[in-house]
Write a protein that binds this ligand. Sequence first.
Ligand code: GTR
Length: 357
Amino acid sequence: MLKTKLNERNIPAVWDKAEPWKKRREDIINLLLKEEYGFMPKTHTDISFETVMEDSSFCAGKALLRKTNINLFFGEDKYTFPVYCALPNIEGKCPFIVHINFRSDFPDRYMPAEEIVDRGWGVLMFNYEDVTFDDYHKDGDKDLYTLLYKDKEIKEDSAGKIMIWAYAASRVLDYALTLPMVDPENIAVAGHSRLGKTALLAGALDERFKFVYSNDSGCSGAAIARMNKGETVKLITRDETFKYWFCENYLKYRDNEENMPFDQHFLLAASAPRYVYVASAKKDLWADPENEFLSCLAAGEVWEKLGLKGFVTDDKLPETADNLHEGFIGYHIREGSHYLSREDWQRFLDFADSKIK
Ligand code: GTR
């Protein structure tokens, strides 16, 4: 039944197999950056890491807590932001999550560090506003956006803030990969809501992330845009809302979604053949569970065409107790509202663990 909705709205197919997936994926990424998230105006010329705090008694001694500054150099300019990391005290290497978060609290209400560590996962978290403010320009000295554009013109396809946060997630991954206890084969990127959009973009761009987890990411995240339900391109790109998250080209699609040469399932598919996880909440109608689910349905074809299990589901939204964990795209919808809950983490980690073992 839901599949019919995709057909009725002429949702574009991601890949017709006319060219290799590798090439098609590059084109999709270019399209998403050109039309929605924007291209970085410049990239770093050097990077360094400096640990400024360590506490081995975190979680009753089960984990090591560490704060490290990431220094990014852009020629003469330097930008520094901190990351917080909890590593389980276990033998050998552990799978790891780069969590893009709203705050620097550790643990945080969106990040149950002890539960994550108890499952044998490490977590590295950064506060997105330590990278660039979630606003128009605010404080020139403490904002990567301002630094990046200080001598660059802002064009129609120049990076908005989501792109810059995604770029920062990859720099945190650069740091994670210097840690001997991190398993480089099993790294996830995760985020909620606007940071779920960011996690999807970071995962799409950076193939070193094996698992991409978006929670309640909604409009311009997982949710199909053409359905005009919940938040829309027009609503998210108003001057008084979040125009600055995107590049200017995206504004063309206000009330004009049917002319997008893509839809948000392209963003999910850009992580193929790696693992993508989408979580919805029943009462979060703004993020629109049905459209998040439809996106998984539409993206799944890419994995299928690659000979893998894509999105294994019936053609209807699952019950809140169901986990759709069989394919490369995982999904759950839980009771309740917009939030990144312990339940969400546990269900995502169940999925990821089942793929590692
Ligand atoms: C809302 C926004 C959503 C979502 C959310 C959040 O106000 O309209 O797209 O990103 O914020 O990040 O919590």
